[in-house]
Design a protein around this ligand. Structure first.
Ligand code: HEC
Length: 171
């Protein structure tokens, strides 16, 4: 892939994931303020997709959040996503700063992957350690909404997953 293309993908990928993350965070904080965790939890599951889909449509890309420890099974990492998560996990363990990855796919498609590390204590209210970070009512609600939930037990600084942005047309 030409260096200029890779640089453009990197810049646009960063901007797009920042936009999606900002939109999700703002809405999450509002939902929490309006009705606490019991309001925000179902909200997260219903609004996360339309919000990221909106950012994807305005930027002419597809956006996904994938993870090695999914709450929603549809967000489970596969193939290269797993390899990258393992690579990032090892780098984190060595105390390195994580940078996004750009890979060329088939049909001239290019994909931007950006690690999601938990840096905000807010996240722990729903992804932290049950019994300490998670209120018993949150644990109960999670069990009901996501019987196969693997997305608790995280601590600050942990790798939570990846943003994946697919560019069908090169920027
Ligand atoms: C109010 C509870 C709540 C808070 C706070 C919260 N999340 Fe989540 N998170 C959820 C729910 C519910 C899902 C599942 C959404 C779905 O069904 O797709 C989820 C899914 C995710 C996913 C997609 C992968 C998966 O496991 O399905 C990532 C990544 C993620 N959250 C990261 C974060 C980060 C980072 C923060 C802090 C900025 C955060 N979350 C804060 C409830 C929360």
């Amino acid at each position: 892939m030409p260096a200029a293309v890779e640089t453009a993908v990197r810049e646009r990928g960063r901007a797009i994931t920042a936009q999606a993350f900002g939109l999700l965070s703002t809405n999450l904080v509002q939902a929490l303020a309006a009705g606490g965790i019991t309001n925000a939890l179902p909200y997260c599951s219903e609004k996360a997709y339309p919000l990221t889909a909106l950012v994807a449509a305005t930027n002419d890309v597809t956006i996904r959040r994938v993870t090695h420890r999914p709450r929603n099974p549809t967000n489970a990492a596969t193939g290269i996503e797993w390899d990258l998560l393992r690579k990032y996990q090892l780098a984190l363990g060595r105390g390195e700063t994580l940078a996004p990855t750009v890979r060329a796919g088939t049909n001239g498609q290019v994909t931007f992957y950006s690690p999601i590390v938990i840096t905000n204590p807010l996240c722990l209210q729903c992804h932290g350690v049950p019994g300490t970070d998670l209120a018993p009512s949150t644990t109960a609600l999670l069990r009901q909404l996501y019987p196969q939930d693997e997305a608790t037990g995280f601590r600050l600084g942990d790798l939570r997953g990846l943003w994946r942005v697919d560019f069908a047309r090169l920027p």
